[in-house]
Design a protein around this ligand. Structure first.
Ligand SMILES: [Mg+2]
Length: 179
C-alpha cells in the first residue's frame, strides 16, 4: 500500500505548497493533464491556471506534462502552457517518467508528480522514488477505463482522506454546485 499513498493530497493545484516542495529539494514538477490541469476532454485553459504555471516558472521550477492521452491533445495543451509534453505515456509504466527526468535534467528525488489518479500517476512516480501529489479530479467526466480504477482507488482514498489539504474549499464548492 505504501506505493499508493501520495506525499501530498490537495483539493486543487492552487493548494499545492510550493514552498514545502522547494524545501524538500524539488526542482521539477511533472503534471498529468486530464482532470488535473483541465477537465477531461476540455482544451480551454483558465486564466487562473495560466497564471499559476507562470508563477511556478518564476519560482524556478521546471515543468512538463506526462499524459496517457494522444499526441494531438497533449501538444495542444502543452503549447498553450509553453512547456514540454510527453504523450501516450502508459503510466504507471516507468518509461515516460524516465524520459521526463532526462528532459528536465533532474534526479528522481528532485522531481514531483502531480496527478488525479492513484493507480497511474502516484503508482508510476513512486516506483521511481519521485515525490507524489494527488489532486482531486477537476471533473466527474472521464475515460471509461478510468472508472474501473476509481473503484479500487476508493479504498486508498478512505485511508488518506484526513490528509486532504483544502477540503474546506471543496465542501464550499460542492455546496455551491447544488444550488
Ligand atoms: Mg488524469
Amino acid at each position: 500500500m505504501r506505493f499508493l499513498h501520495p506525499d501530498m493530497y490537495v483539493s486543487n493545484l492552487f493548494n499545492i505548497d510550493t514552498g514545502k516542495l522547494k524545501k524538500s529539494g524539488i526542482k521539477a514538477i511533472v503534471f498529468d493533464l486530464d482532470n488535473t490541469i483541465v477537465p477531461w476532454g476540455c482544451s480551454k485553459l483558465e486564466d487562473e491556471m495560466l497564471g499559476w504555471f507562470a508563477k511556478l516558472q518564476k519560482e524556478g521550477f521546471k515543468t512538463c506534462i506526462v499524459s496517457n492521452n494522444t499526441e494531438e491533445r497533449v501538444s495542444e495543451l502543452s503549447g498553450l502552457l509553453s512547456i514540454p509534453g510527453i504523450h501516450k505515456a502508459s503510466k504507471p509504466r516507468r518509461r515516460a517518467f524516465i524520459k521526463a527526468m532526462r528532459l528536465l535534467d533532474v534526479r528522481p528525488e528532485e522531481m514531483a508528480m502531480v496527478g488525479d489518479q492513484v493507480f497511474t500517476d502516484v503508482l508510476g512516480a513512486k516506483r521511481l522514488g519521485m515525490y507524489t501529489i494527488l489532486v482531486v479530479p477537476i471533473s466527474k467526466k472521464e475515460f471509461f477505463g478510468t472508472r474501473i480504477n476509481r473503484q479500487l482507488e476508493k479504498m486508498v482514498l478512505r485511508q488518506i482522506k484526513h490528509r486532504l489539504i483544502g477540503n474546506q474549499e471543496l465542501r464550499v464548492r460542492s455546496q455551491e454546485s447544488k444550488r
